[in-house]
Write a protein that binds this ligand. Structure first.
Ligand SMILES: Nc1ncnc2c1ncn2[C@@H]1O[C@H](COP(=O)(O)OP(=O)(O)OP(=O)(O)O)[C@@H](O)[C@H]1O
Length: 476
């Protein structure tokens, strides 16, 4: 069987040979099924109508099923194996490489306008409820949130002992709480105490005996087994870090059928809430600047100053919590993992995890994770905070759906003022805006070598901020 379709300027073909499997090609270049379906998904988001055979082939586009054939294993401990696999993955992806660069690179896009493709999203319908996911090799279980699939313990080798489950109930951090104290603190996990829900489970507000207010994340029981690694990862990494721009771990419970993570309570909602205006007032430019500087400081600490480098992997506006004084704290370390442990290693080869719209396209393509993947997400976040738009806006016209690309086009047309969040309260100097967008595009460059590290980003942000403050003083 040979299937063929043309979407925009791309020609998709696949062949199914009896008892010999299938082969896939885009514009004549062989690619694997994952990349084939990802590319189809991008075109689908742009309005290309797929025939039944293509829909079946990439069954559940926008869901996870078509990702099941990805056989990439976590390989922190097996460098030789991972390098081999890397070669295989790279070879499989080579035909797709040019195509992918063209769609993911805002810089590339300028030259290729006539022949352009959508940037990234695998799940463009995710936009208004962007949620984390991981590209897991196999998972028939229903993911806890639409795009967050549970890991697959059967195929993914358990990572080193730092992720291994302790059979004993364990607590750490300054708090040592019993289950009954937690039940009292949360009114027996009452709905009134519920403050949010994510892929891991429900988050409750708890008030301890000494009136201290805490946030308690309770793993969903139905995904218990699958969330083990995420739980351990979050607890383990959070316990090793301490920075004012990172949510503090206070304790955890790992007993019987309960997995709870207790962190400091950050009471002023998420950055996304503030961008949406659901918290009343809207953010001033200075507040936006200070928030991104805080996030940048948190990430700089994780990447360069923590005991061991930590890559967050899920930087997004709903994971940035704000205090009453509008200082930002990075939360949700469920997908975080240690960076390369040895200085000869440039990257780690691992499953793709993160949130649609914020995911580094190079990591998606090669499975090579470095701290620069966080830099990419930070670039997307920067565009989001300046424009107020989510990374993917499915309800906008086609050419505005991928916010970073829309912004890049406008920027190149010299229309930077049109990019500013209409909810922003003040008019900001165009030169300052240009510097901010330019920095965002550097961070969201298609390959990691083009992106600055977080420390360099911080320096640029400080310089922008001092220019902004100077100009504001001059205007008074
Ligand atoms: N420490 C905290 N203080 C105050 N509110 C919190 C805290 N942690 C989480 N929340 C609230 O709970 C919500 C859910 O958080 P959680 O980290 O579980 O999921 P998420 O990041 O929104 O989604 P996903 O898990 O799919 O990435 C957050 O959006 C936030 O509103």
């Amino acid at each position: 069987f040979v299937g063929s379709t043309v979407c925009q300027s791309d020609h998709f073909t696949y062949k199914k040979v009896y008892q010999r499997g299938s082969s896939f090609a885009i514009n004549g270049n062989p690619v694997d099924r994952i990349h084939f379906c990802e590319a189809m998904l991008i075109h689908k988001a742009k309005g290309c109508v797929l025939g039944d055979s293509f829909r079946d082939l990439c069954y559940l586009l926008g869901g996870r099923r078509f990702l099941e054939e990805k056989h990439v294993k976590d390989s922190e401990n097996n460098e030789a194996e991972s390098e081999n696999r890397h070669v295989k993955v790279s070879l499989a992806a080579s035909g797709f490489l040019l195509f992918c660069c063209a769609i993911c690179c805002p810089c590339f896009h300028k030259e290729r306008k006539a022949n352009s493709h959508e940037v990234l999203p695998k799940e463009s319908n995710s936009v208004h409820q962007v949620s984390s996911f991981e590209m897991s090799p196999s998972s028939d279980k229903i993911p806890p949130s639409p795009f967050r699939a549970p890991p697959s313990p059967s195929r993914v080798p358990q990572s080193p002992s730092r992720y291994a489950m302790s059979p004993r109930p364990s607590r750490m951090g300054p708090l040592s709480l019993t289950m009954s104290q937690i039940q009292t603190a949360t009114n027996n996990f009452s709905d009134d105490n519920q403050i949010g829900e994510g892929g891991f489970g429900i988050v409750y507000k708890g008030i301890l005996d000494d009136r201290q207010v805490v946030a308690i994340k309770r793993a969903k029981k139905e995904h218990f087994e699958n969330l083990r690694k995420e739980f351990k990862s979050e607890v383990d990494l959070l316990s090793k870090i301490g920075h004012r721009n990172l949510v503090k771990l206070l304790g955890y419970v790992d007993k019987g059928d309960e997995r709870l993570i207790i962190t400091e309570y950050v009471r002023n909602g998420t950055l996304r809430d503030h961008l949406d205006g659901t918290r009343g007032s809207t953010l001033s430019f200075n507040q936006r600047l200070e928030i991104v500087i805080d996030v940048c400081h948190g990430l700089t600490y994780l990447h360069s100053y923590a005991e061991r480098q930590i890559i967050h992997r899920d930087i997004k506006s709903s994971n940035i919590l704000l205090t009453d004084s509008m200082r930002a704290k990075v939360a949700d370390f469920g997908f975080a993992r240690g960076g390369p442990s040895d200085s000869n290693q440039t990257h780690i080869l691992t499953q793709v995890k993160g949130t649609v719209g914020y995911l580094d396209p190079e990591y998606m393509r090669t499975y090579q994770l470095t701290a620069k993947s966080d830099v990419y997400s930070f670039g997307i976040l920067l565009v989001e905070i300046l424009t107020g738009r989510r990374p993917v806006e499915a309800k906008k016209p086609h050419d505005e759906r991928i916010t970073v690309r829309w912004a890049f086009d406008k920027y190149n047309e010299g229309k930077v003022l049109e990019l500013v969040d209409p909810k922003a309260r003040e008019r900001v100097d165009e030169k300052i805006l240009k510097k901010m967008f330019s920095l965002a595009f550097q961070c969201a460059a298609p390959t990691r070598k083009e992106r600055p590290d977080m420390e360099a980003v911080g320096k640029q942000l400080w310089a922008i901020r001092s220019t902004y403050l100077r100009r504001s003083m001059e205007q008074k």
